[in-house]
Design a protein around this ligand. Sequence first.
Ligand code: ADP
Length: 701
Amino acid sequence: MASPLKTAEALPLPLAPELPPAAAAAEPAQVGSARTFSATRRWMLWSLLVVLIVALLAMLMWLAGRYESSQVQGVLERDAAEAVSDIRTGLLRNVQSLEALQTRNLGQPQRWETEARELLHAQRELLRIERRDSAIAPLQHADTPHRPPLFDRLGRSNAQADVALACTNARRASGPAYAPSYFVPQTDGLGLQVMELCIPQMQAGAVTGYLVATYALGDVLTEMVGRQLSHSRDVAFTDPDGTRLAYHGHARRGARSFSASHLLDLPGETLVLRMDSWRGGPDLFPNFLSAMVAAMTLALGCVLVLLARDTRRRLRAERGLAEALAFRKAMEDSLVTGLRARDLQGHTTYVNPAFCQMVGFPSEDLLRSDRLQPPYWPPEQADEYRMRQAGRLSGIPPPREGFETVFMHRDGTRFPVMVFEAPLIDAQGRQTGWMSAFVDLREQRRVEELSRSSQERLQATARLALVGEMASLLSHELNQPLAAIASYANGSINMLQQGAAAGPQGLITQALQHIAEQSQRAGRVIKSVHDFVRRREQARDTTSPDALIDAVMPLVSLQARKLSVRIRIALEPGLPMVHCDRTMVEQVLLNLARNAMQAMDSAQTGPRDLELQVRRVDAPVPAGATGVWVEFSVSDTGSGIPDAVAERLFTPFFTTKAEGMGLGLSLCRTVVEQHGGQLSFGARPGGGTVFRFTLPGGPVA
Ligand code: ADP
């Protein structure tokens, strides 16, 4: 099974839209400055947001504070107004009580005094009540029992002007009137701010006397307002110019104070009632609204901080991602392996630069979805590829070790590629297509071809050198005996021509003996060469026929690929083992296969099929020999062997090729015959040639 690739991890780019080339080729400096710009902008936006939120919250806090102040101020104003109204009511009630006192006790000074004292006892704010005649001269008076007599220290006459003023006003208005307040020092060193009230007594439209009452302003506040006053308030009478005349309350001050003033307009006197409210200790959250706003501010601040932290994390991740992306892009661009992704419909969704370079088409061309088939499929093989693609899309897994195929470059040249395919799995674990990696085999083939031809040349040179060496050895070794034989023969001829008389018969016999000796020597030389060749027999071992075929296949298929020859191997099952010199037999197979391929190549036209067949033959081959034999045949679809060539086929150094040596077939025959087999050839039915040779077989492999 092919190992699936994780889209998100291994290859994030394939299914992502390709970067435009301009963006991909952007200078790093440009990218850097763009990043700095966006970072600055982001910071500016963040700062603006923070400033706006802080301003908004500050405004909210201020508004909440103001709202709260206005609430407090409103309550204070209302309380002050109520206090003024209370005082006015109290004063009016007192006026009525005083008038009643006067009316009830006309001509009864004794009773008047008793009742006046009762009134003074009940109304603590009244310090003194006087009865005066129509000339404002005092007739009778009563002092409050709650304090020492008011005018003890200063004497009443000092206040005569104030009383006169009040009474004049009263007479003029024919009703109660007040005089402006004034300060009366007391015997205890303190003093009181007092105010005179004068009520005229009328009888038949004429003033017959006056009732004068003296109020202590401080006590007016205490008695008439003080009881309802809360602890956080104080109240005072002031002049219209702000001078404080009397005061009631707790002398405490807080961080915040509110003040409300209301006029107490009395006939003859106008007082200002001022009410102060204060708060103890600095109140951070004076009311619910402010507390809410503050809590919201705090929550908003927390959210902002969290957001900023999240953004920073996001930015860091973004930067990491961009770096990883750039790294992968660089890695992909530097790859020499072509990469291609296809979706499950077979459309190409991604190609890397190496792939584009390999096939010579730009990526836009390859990614076009309207294409019926990729432009790099050679037309003659398109059917086969289509079938393979259909198989892949229907779920047939590709071979794990990859497979070889041929692609077509834009210029029309075909080239071999190795393909490795794996399913493309997305982040959810679903297969979204196929990912393929391509390795261009052209260079590898070129190197293999180079090494093969140089190996062949080396072999040929080695063979030539061996042949040359043996030839010179033979000529050298044979030269002497042959020269000796020649001279003995010549001597004997001479002696025979001169007649028997010319020389003893014994000499000729001797010469003939020498000739015989020398020819034996020459024979030994030849035998020694024969032995040298035969010595290889010791290198024989038992091997299976398919092992022999397997050993030559790499070299044979190399050349076959180069010459576009298709190879077919047919091995009969249950073949026996063969006992042979493996190297030599492999050499025979190689020679025959090479000759066959060259014959097909020079034929130019027609199919190019090379068939290697191995079968068992029980017939007596060679004639006379019985037993098990294994027959190897190499058949080609070349132009066949003309009769003239066939006659001299095994003659050493006979060749029809420009670069041939003409030793191949003769060597093959020698090797086969040394093994006891036979090498033969014949025409192949349908054209071409078949070369067959046999080797003795052993037990079944
Ligand atoms: P070389 O291959 O060096 O020419 P060989 O002895 O192997 O030497 O072959 C001798 C000749 O036999 C070749 O030149 C060629 O003309 C001919 N020949 C050999 N095999 C074939 C074949 N399969 N088809 C046609 N001709 C062949």
